[in-house]
Design a protein around this ligand. Structure first.
Ligand SMILES: N[C@@H](CCC(=O)N[C@@H](CS)C(=O)NCC(=O)O)C(=O)O
Length: 218
């Protein structure tokens, strides 16, 4: 039996899990939402909040990208340990995972979801707050990344799985420009990582769906 991932290639949180699967060469079945017949209906029936990715392993359902990566490490371990054995290091890894989800991905999604709304339902103040949050998060991360290769230290972890798609899309919505050179360099390292490069390539056909217009790069 192999686990089933309900996901979409263009989704940042799905890419976060795909990176983990590709890092370890984990065998899985992909149920592509909006493409594979009945996949979205199965997701919604199992998870009324309608967020993805979702993992199904036999009767077991796992929600939330971070939890899916933790689950894969426990039940389908591979050569790349994304949550370290060392408990003190694991605290850092989980802290940075939360940082990228809460302070990069969340404001990035706010900007994108606002652009998808009808003009009368837009929330300019909320979008300004999201852009301010991204600037604050970029600034903090830039100082943090000055002397390190990966988010939590010298090895690639869960934190980098979170960082890759969140920084990828955040830079499209709220460009780093040349203000944050260490974050820009880190984003480039993430793009060069084969697991993420594969996820980015698989999502290329969907770039036309990016509501703010995908830039002609990456
Ligand atoms: N906290 C969730 C967030 C998942 C999430 O926001 N997924 C987006 C796709 S990237 C989604 O489900 N969007 C559908 C929607 O907003 O209706 C996780 O970590 O998995």
């Amino acid at each position: 039996m192999r686990p089933v991932l309900y996901s979409h290639p263009f989704s940042s949180y799905c890419q976060k899990v795909l990176i983990a699967l590709y890092e370890n060469g984990t065998d899985f079945e992909a149920r592509i939402l909006g493409e594979d017949e009945g996949a979205y209906e199965e997701l919604v029936a199992a998870w009324p909040v309608k967020r993805f990715p979702m993992l199904r392993d036999g009767k077991r359902l796992v929600h939330e990208a971070t939890s899916i990566i933790e689950y894969l490490q426990v039940h389908y371990p591979g050569p790349v340990r994304l949550i370290p054995v060392n408990e003190a290091f694991a605290v850092d890894v989980r802290m940075f995972d939360r940082f990228f989800d809460n302070y990069i991905s969340t404001p990035q999604q706010k900007i994108v979801f606002d652009a998808l709304r009808k003009s009368e339902n837009r929330d300019p103040y909320g979008v300004k707050e999201a852009r301010d949050m991204l600037d604050a998060a970029y600034g903090w991360l830039d100082r943090h990344m000055e002397n390190r290769q990966w988010a939590a230290g010298e090895v690639f972890t869960l934190a980098d799985c979170a960082a890759a798609p969140s920084l990828f899309y955040a830079d499209w919505s709220h460009p780093l420009e040349d203000r944050f050179p260490h974050v820009t360099a880190y984003r480039q390292r993430l793009l060069a990582r084969p697991s993420f490069a594969r996820a980015v390539d698989e999502a290329r056909p969907y770039r036309k769906n990016f509501p703010l217009g995908a830039p002609d790069r990456d």
